[in-house]
Design a protein. Structure first.
Length: 589
């Protein structure tokens, strides 16, 4: 079991952002513990609360930041499936680009991210108000988290709130993306001396280290041109503008500089098994630079959301677990893999300890029941394959007794049918055939459609929604991808292709295919580069920024009409506008 938590959270005291938006007086304090306490006297607890917002849904639940960064793109969609997933149209809004300032996802993510901002401000004020050995370190981490939450808010909404945490009478400031991006970069660069090298001062990939700072700075420089010119109608962003630091070259030079610090550091290496990055107990992952540490027996129970959301309800890793039949990938994204189905990142078959492979092709009869769900003495663990799953699906059946169907002491493998349409075979078709092409709505007899993503391992421990899988925010594969893009935008196609080929050939297929490495590229253009970013980073909250940078976000696609540049930002929630502190973003009434 994981032991990465570096301080306990006995009393969490946070600033209430709802109160902040209702007045220009002091930030209120809300106690999240039955005992009264003062967060200013608890620097460790305050910093822990700021970290906790990363994993308490915000970056780990498919309905939070994920839905805005993935469901809005050519990669992913969550359609209404018969009687399921209507929910007032909030999911369809994301992909059909019909969201408004009252959409529940738009409102909910604003609240989550601004809560992260206020928790970070609390952590800063608490560290500043006390004297203790780790003061400089805690203060740097709190400020880095503030920058991270603020950056994400500016990325999605174009505006973010701020109030000086050291001045109770300070006025509320409204930060704007086009002007704040340079200050965020300067602020994080100034924090680097006080951030710890990973592995020192009890740090790990769950804390904001110097290496996380390098990755974050590379990300900000890569997207700086978009922040400064969001509504550019032709998507003609100036990626080679002079960097914030006067003599540091261009934005792309800085991306190359910071990514190279990570690649050349010797602290990280590519996983030859790509899916180890997203597996249960990946806390020792060789690629993880900054990740959300999930632990079932800690304050919260982790989240299985990224694994759970694509699985059908009759796909069961144990008798106590099931999927939910929600999200799938688009036909466009599936087609982007044409000619690359042998890429080790596309799909991986699972092999049990006795040598049995789960082929998921109708040839399976049974698999061993020797794998037991952790903390259980009687629940066998069935392992589905990983990666992108399409076509007819097979697996264990749940008996009326509440146990999986067995053949002797093995788990029986059978053809699977949809739970909400029991005569309909579970056939994950790459195509999506909506009756109205402009609306992502399936009839009840169509709810099986859509190729699914089984990238994150479904962890069956502790309940259907719980997980020990750490969620990467920055990892080495993404760092190579960023550097490749920066090289390409500077006109250095050779070095760009070298980096992409490290990602391709550094991964290996399972032993079923003789551990074959991926195939190297022999040429590279903008279209292929965009595909390569998707191959490496799908389902990792990266697609929307990628699609905006490459001029893809506004284009028509499955269940999406061509859209206007103002949709590159989401509206400020109407409840916030009503407080008359923010002005609504361009294009929204």
């Amino acid at each position: 079991m994981k032991t990465k938590t570096f301080f306990s959270i006995k009393i969490l005291t946070i600033f209430s952002f709802i109160f902040l938006l209702n007045s220009c007086t002091d930030l209120d304090e809300v106690l999240l513990d039955e005992k009264p306490g003062n967060s200013v006297s608890d620097p460790a607890g305050s910093l822990a609360a700021a970290y906790d917002r990363l994993g308490d849904g915000t970056f780990t639940d498919h309905g939070a930041v994920f839905s805005m960064q993935e469901y809005t793109t050519d990669e992913a969609i969550l359609p209404t499936r018969g009687s399921d997933w209507g929910d007032g149209g909030k999911w369809r809004d994301m992909h059909e680009f019909t969201w408004s300032s009252s959409n529940a996802i738009v409102v909910g993510n604003w609240n989550l991210l601004t809560s992260g901002i206020t928790r970070s401000l609390t952590a800063i004020s608490s560290a500043e108000a006390n004297t203790f050995p780790e003061k400089a370190l805690f203060l740097a981490e709190a400020k880095a988290l503030l920058a991270y939450y603020t950056y994400t808010t500016l990325d999605l909404y174009g505006q973010a709130p701020y109030r000086d945490p050291m001045d109770a009478k300070a006025p509320l400031q409204i930060l704007k993306a086009d002007t704040q991006i340079d200050k965020l970069i300067s602020d994080v660069e100034a924090l680097l001396p006080d951030l710890a090298d990973i592995g020192t001062q009890r740090t790990h990939h769950g804390r904001f280290t110097k290496q996380a700072g390098y990755a974050f700075l590379a990300t900000m420089y890569l997207n700086r041109a978009v922040f400064k010119d969001r509504y550019n109608a032709a998507s003609g962003f100036n990626f080679n503008e002079a960097a914030v630091t006067g003599s540091a070259g261009t934005d792309m030079d800085r991306v190359i500089y910071y990514t190279s610090l990570l690649i050349d550091s010797g602290k990280y290496s590519l996983e030859s098994d790509y899916f180890k990055n997203f597996a249960r107990n990946n806390e020792n992952g060789k690629e993880l630079i900054f990740a959300i540490s999930q632990k079932i027996d800690y304050i919260r129970n982790g989240s299985n959301s990224f694994a759970y959301v694509s699985m059908e309800r009759n796909q069961r890793t144990s008798a106590a677990n099931r999927g939910t039949n929600a999200a799938c990938i688009t036909p466009e994204f599936y087609a982007s893999w044409n000619g690359n189905h042998d890429d080790p990142r596309f799909e991986q078959h699972y092999q049990y300890a006795d040598g049995t492979w789960f082929m998921n092709d109708g040839t399976d009869v049974s698999v061993p029941a020797t794998d037991i769900v952790p903390k259980s003495t009687n629940l066998p663990w069935f392992h589905f394959n990983r990666g992108i799953q399409a076509g007819l699906q097979y697996g264990p059946l749940l008996l009326p007794s509440g146990s999986l169907e067995m053949v002797g002491n093995r788990i029986k493998v059978s053809p699977l049918f949809m739970e909400k349409k029991t005569t309909l075979r579970m056939d994950f078709t790459p195509s999506l055939t909506f009756a109205d092409p402009t609306k992502s709505v399936f009839a009840q007899n169509e709810i099986n459609q859509g190729a699914r993503v089984f990238k994150y391992e479904f962890d069956p421990e502790g309940g259907n929604g719980n997980s020990n899988v750490d969620i990467p925010l920055f990892r080495l594969g993404g760092i190579y991808a960023m550097r490749a893009e920066a090289y390409f935008r500077k006109g250095s196609v050779g070095p760009a292709m070298d980096d992409l080929n490290k990602l391709r050939t550094g991964r290996k297929r399972e032993s079923l295919y003789a551990n074959a490495p991926g195939k190297a590229l022999t040429s590279l253009d903008s279209e292929q580069l965009y595909k390569e970013l998707g191959f490496e980073l799908y389902w990792e909250l990266q697609r929307r920024p990628q699609s905006i940078r490459f001029g893809k976000f506004d284009l028509a696609g499955t269940a999406k009409a061509a859209s206007q540049p103002f949709r590159r930002l989401f509206p400020i929630p109407q409840t916030v506008i009503d407080q008359k502190l923010f002005k609504q973003n361009q294009g929204y009434n």
